[in-house]
Design a protein around this ligand. Structure first.
Ligand code: G1P
Length: 252
């Protein structure tokens, strides 16, 4: 029988939802309904289905409604722990706020961005399988993006292993297209060696003056292998009205 140590998952959901005002003054974007469930529940379910036994949600004190929601479901609430980001200092800083909750972790941690839903095949389970096949390596979920959108994403370079998997050689956060190493963008899902927390703790601000997760993964790459998985599902950004409408259509 195969035995795997259960994964821990981490959902950064602390952003102020500025691209979706005014509704986000009272309803966090992660609580917007997709069918009868808030978006973040679908993400928690993706993490559990991929083999996570516990999910740390990093949120902000103004978004307690998220905790209130999960507290109403004892089965789900039992698997969720909470961490808080009180300053908007970037995605890397948000992930770092879960370091204490995940202290002592030796397995890669599944990071699912709280505003990214994926329709079609869920990427997390496939990423966990790729990680295991590579001795517990880190894996980053990827999608191809058109040139005009390259500067909105973390972009990777790598050596192809097959049609969907590549061994990364570099990552750069939000490059201009002429400086981008490829058209493969980081797309809302990561499985990261726990060394990422030590690296984030010493990470200097990068693009936009924020602590960038991409910059710490780049440093992780110097010591440990990181793979990319161009997943077949479609990523939807629920953090803006247009992306939300597309999400509803995709999940209808
Ligand atoms: C974040 C990451 C970026 C990634 C994107 C989509 O950017 O910093 O590397 O490509 O999510 O997963 P944000 O959308 O928060 O600006």
């Amino acid at each position: 029988m195969l035995y795997y140590t259960p994964m821990k998952a981490l959902i950064p959901a602390a952003g102020h939802g500025t691209r979706f005002l005014p509704v986000t003054r009272v309803v966090p974007k992660e609580m917007l309904p997709v069918g009868s469930k808030p978006a973040i529940q679908l993400i928690v379910e993706e993490a559990l289905a991929a083999g996570a036994d516990e999910v740390v949600i990093v949120t902000s004190p103004e978004k307690e409604i998220i905790k209130g929601y999960f507290d109403g479901d004892p089965d789900l609430a039992a698997r969720i722990r909470w961490a808080y980001q009180t300053e908007q200092k970037g995605l890397g800083h948000a992930v770092l706020q879960a370091a204490d909750a995940l202290a002592g972790e030796t397995e890669p941690v599944l990071v699912l961005l709280g505003d990214a839903l994926v329709s079609g095949e869920a990427p997390s389970a496939a990423m966990a399988a790729i990680s295991r096949a590579h001795g517990g390596a880190s894996v980053v979920g990827l999608e191809r993006v058109p040139r005009e959108r390259i500067s909105r994403y973390g972009i990777v370079a790598g050596t192809p292993e097959d049609d969907r998997v590549l061994k990364l050689t570099d990552l750069v956060e939000k490059p201009q297209p002429e400086n981008a190493p490829s058209d493969l963008a980081i797309a809302g899902r990561y499985l990261l060696h726990p060394d990422i927390f030590t690296l984030l703790a010493s990470q200097t601000p990068g693009h936009g003056g924020e602590i960038q997760l991409t910059d710490s993964i780049r440093r992780l790459l110097a010591a440990r292998p990181v793979y990319g998985y161009r997943y077949p599902g479609r990523r939807h950004d629920i953090g803006n009205p247009q992306g939300y409408l597309e999400t509803l259509q995709a999940f209808a």
